[in-house]
Design a protein around this ligand. Structure first.
Ligand code: 3PG
Ligand code: MG
Length: 399
């Protein structure tokens, strides 16, 4: 791989140079208070930012947060992230209240060597995500004007063909940051020759998001364990009734087909926790998957399922996990995710946790992060990597 790295850039010397860093600071926020509920993605870019600060660069950080519609929207401001980043760096972060306007220009111009600025949310500008090359290019020109070199450390966004990810590196000397390098190094082990048995656990709510990766993984994996909201479409495909559980009707046929072709590799839940409503205090019981009442919905996998999944995981030498097993944010429906996560930590395997949600689950459940081989900051990005897709952000660094 012909990618230049942060170390190459540091070796050239960055003292007094402006270095534009694309980070993925898209952290989850509390819906009521707007507080950052998991700062894992902020902490993940500290090695790159710290190295640049220490080398005396003028560090200009940019990121998206959420999915604003190409115009400023206060609920998606990166302001709180600037505060948290400053705390973690141990030095104030100069926050620009726009992305490429007057505030950004003066903030960048006023930076002293070794100082850090954060620009406002990239997606407040339609040019960031535009499908139109010229519109993206015009925005990329404005961003590129803030740097003498570009570092991509936004692994979670490398699958997006966006201005800051794809077009800016075409305009500036560019390198991969420490996080992007580490992520690619780890994930390439899974697409190469993983030590066997290779067991993949998939959860989360939507089958349609995971179809491509299931297709891509089936020939490679030894076992594919499916839980989370998406398991109900598979259970339906087996002819079971799923009550009012999440169901993607137009995916039932596809799931049936996958089950037929999977050669028995796919393992589905045998019991689930069903509730009267999607609420933390809803009345709930554990039932066999062939006994889901018509008026109730499944919100977690049950203990027998956890035992079965754990047994499969205990044999594994390589594990990839993406997506929670249930609504882990509600304590009544967290046992499945916790049980599977614990089984992963106990296995004598190289384990990779992929995805914002699963990574957040690990931390929210108070599990020891260091007992996993690697916790990826990329959800969609790690899945697309495993699918073997070309990732625009990586491709842009290769040129
Ligand atoms: C993510 O959270 O998956 C990344 O930050 C990318 O965000 P996006 O899915 O809104 O492009
Ligand atoms: Mg995403």
């Amino acid at each position: 791989m012909s990618i230049r790295t942060l170390d190459d850039l540091l070796a050239e010397g960055v003292s007094g140079r402006r270095v534009l860093v694309r980070a993925d600071l898209n952290v989850p926020l509390d819906k009521q208070t707007g507080a950052i509920t998991d700062d894992g993605r902020i902490r993940a870019v500290l090695p790159t930012l710290g190295a640049l600060v220490e080398a005396g660069a003028k560090v200009v950080v940019c990121s998206h947060l959420g999915r604003p519609k190409g115009a400023p929207d206060p609920q998606f401001s990166l302001g709180p992230v600037a505060g948290r980043l400053g705390e973690l760096l141990g030095a104030p972060v100069h926050f620009a209240t726009d992305t490429v306007g007057d505030s950004a220009r003066s903030t960048v111009a006023d930076l002293a060597d070794g100082q850090v600025a954060l620009l406002e949310n990239l997606r407040f500008n339609a040019g960031e995500t535009s499908k139109d090359e010229a519109e993206r290019g015009a925005f990329a020109d404005q961003l590129a004007a803030f740097g003498d070199a570009y570092v991509d450390d936004a692994f979670g966004a490398v699958h997006r063909k966006h201005a800051s990810v794809f077009d800016v590196p075409a305009r500036l000397p560019h390198v991969a940051g420490r996080l992007v390098l580490r992520e690619v190094e780890v994930l390439s082990k899974l697409t190469g020759e993983p030590e066997r048995p290779y067991v993949v656990v998939l959860g989360g709510s939507k089958v349609s998001d995971k179809l491509a990766v299931i297709e891509a993984l089936l020939p490679t994996v030894d076992r594919l364990l499916i839980g989370g909201g998406m398991c109900f479409t598979f259970l339906k495909a087996q002819g079971l009734e799923v009550g009012t559980s999440l169901l993607e009707k137009d995916m039932v046929e596809t799931c049936r087909n996958l089950l037929e072709r999977s050669g028995g590799k796919i393992m589905l839940p045998v019991d689930v926790v069903v509730a009267d409503a999607f609420a933390p205090d809803a009345a709930h019981d554990t039932v066999r998957v062939d006994g889901i009442p018509s008026h109730r919905l499944g919100l977690d996998v049950g203990p027998e399922t956890v035992a079965g999944f754990s047994a499969a995981l205990s044999q594994a030498k390589t594990i990839f996990w993406n997506g929670p097993m249930g609504v882990f944010e509600m304590p009544a429906f967290a046992a499945g995710t916790r049980g599977v996560a614990e089984a992963i930590t106990k296995a004598d395997a190289f384990s990779v946790v992929g995805g914002g949600d699963s990574a957040a689950a690990v931390r929210a459940l108070g599990l020891d992060e260091s007992s996993f081989g690697h916790i990826s900051t990329g959800g969609g990005a790690s899945l697309e990597y495993l699918e073997g897709k070309t990732l625009p952000g990586i491709a842009a660094l290769e040129n």
